[in-house]
Design a protein around this ligand. Structure first.
Ligand code: ZN
Length: 399
């Protein structure tokens, strides 16, 4: 089968890290540690596993961070090389799988937790918090926090991958593939918003208006009674879309501190070096970018005792002074699992599947590429915000 494969290349990784931020177009060029290969189909590793043929696979910010060398070395023992990326997937079952007939369209819940690994559930898995699984490096398949980072499973950027029954969710017939491929990022956004848990009427800041920011905004309006939501968006198309999806106000990154000072009636201070900050500010902030600048903006504009949620893979190096001085609560939001709702515990993916059926997601998958055009696809994904595209995806069935 044809697949894109990420291989270990320390020189390329270091080069990408050194140059990637400054030379656009380079990342998908000759130094990207990715290649299109003809590779053996992954082998079903045990009971409860089956093969899935991807129909659409999204390109995620964490994929781009991995490819550009921005991901922390922290993650290196949590992956096994070489792997086929792709964890935002809608596909169809190639084999019958535990009562689901071959041909069933499914979305992938990518975390490779205890159930998939053939292990007795760890404490987190037993509680339904599969994203917090402690055993993502052992069991039936090689190390890999998720499908799309594991050498044994294949991933969505290839012609076939294997998934455990616990990882697949059937898609309703009426849902299009371009909606279904957003179920995984939507589940992550819902999880982030429920980790942020704004009180009714609370003021919220969403930093970033890419896929994560936009879906977090949708989830805020669907699952919380948050009050005013200010969205920080870099590009004109993102600003329009954020207003349509439920933002109260949209601001650019440069004007954000001033806009938030005004909307929250805070005091604005300018330190001798670095970004200005607020005394006062929003009740809750979600960093949906994962850069040093985005996290610092969130930390510097959240009121004392407020909550800051890291919804994207974070960059290193943010100044934590406001966490201490403002007694902020900083919370991570990784993947999905089980949420406590008014009706009791619910799978985040079930919530996401329901929301994906109703939400205004038309046009969010703005471009679809065959695997062979991967350089173009990645260039497009790196520049998506500027080009007015929310999500770029591969269709591995296409030539
Ligand atoms: Zn576990």
């Amino acid at each position: 089968m044809l697949a894109l494969e990420l291989y270990r290349s320390v020189p390329r990784y270091v080069a990408a890290r050194a140059l990637g931020e400054r030379i656009p177009g380079l990342l998908a060029g000759p130094i990207a540690p990715l290649r299109l290969v003809n590779r053996e189909e992954p082998v079903v590793p045990g009971e409860g596993w089956g093969r899935v043929k991807p129909r659409l696979s999204g390109i995620c910010g964490s994929d781009l961070a991995t490819l550009s060398g921005r991901a922390s070395f922290y993650f290196s023992p949590l992956v096994s090389m070489p792997f086929v990326p792709g964890h935002e997937v809608v596909g169809e079952l190639y084999d019958e799988l535990d009562g689901l007939p071959a041909g069933t369209r499914v979305v992938l819940e990518p975390v490779l937790s205890c159930a998939a690994r053939g292990l007795e559930p760890c404490g987190s898995c037993a509680a339904g918090a599969t994203g917090r699984c402690d055993r993502v490096t052992v069991g039936h398949v090689a190390a890999g926090l998720q499908t799309g980072y594991c050498a044994d499973t294949g991933g969505g950027w290839g012609g076939m991958f294997v998934a455990h029954r616990s990882q697949v969710h059937p898609v309703p017939d009426r849902m299009t593939d371009s909606r279904a491929v957003l179920v995984e990022p939507l589940a992550c956004a819902i999880h982030a918003v429920l980790r942020a848990r704004p009180e009714p009427g609370a003021s919220v800041l969403v930093v970033g208006a890419g896929t994560v920011g936009m879906l977090a905004l949708l989830a805020l309006r669907e699952f919380t009674a948050a009050g005013p939501v200010v969205v920080v968006a870099k590009h004109p198309r993102q600003r329009e879309l954020a207003m349509q999806v439920g933002a109260t106000e949209v601001t650019g990154p440069r004007d954000a501190v001033t806009a938030l000072r005004r909307s929250t009636h805070a005091y604005r201070l300018s330190p001798a070096r670095g970004l200005p900050y607020l005394l006062g500010g929003v009740d809750v902030a979600l960093d949906c970018v994962g850069s040093k600048a985005s996290l610092e903006l969130a930390l510097r504009t959240t009121r004392s005792g407020g909550r800051v949620v890291l919804a994207g893979m974070p960059a290193a190096g943010a100044d934590l002074s406001p966490v201490w001085f403002r007694e902020l609560e900083v919370a991570g939001a990784y993947a999905a699992g089980t949420e406590l709702t008014g009706d009791g515990p619910a799978s985040t993916f079930d919530l996401a599947m329901d929301l994906a059926a109703e939400a205004p997601l038309e046009g969010m998958v703005g471009a679809v590429y065959p695997l062979a055009r991967w350089r173009e696809a990645l260039d497009h994904a790196f520049a998506a915000g500027r080009l007015g595209t929310v999500k770029v995806a591969f269709d591995p069935r296409k030539d």
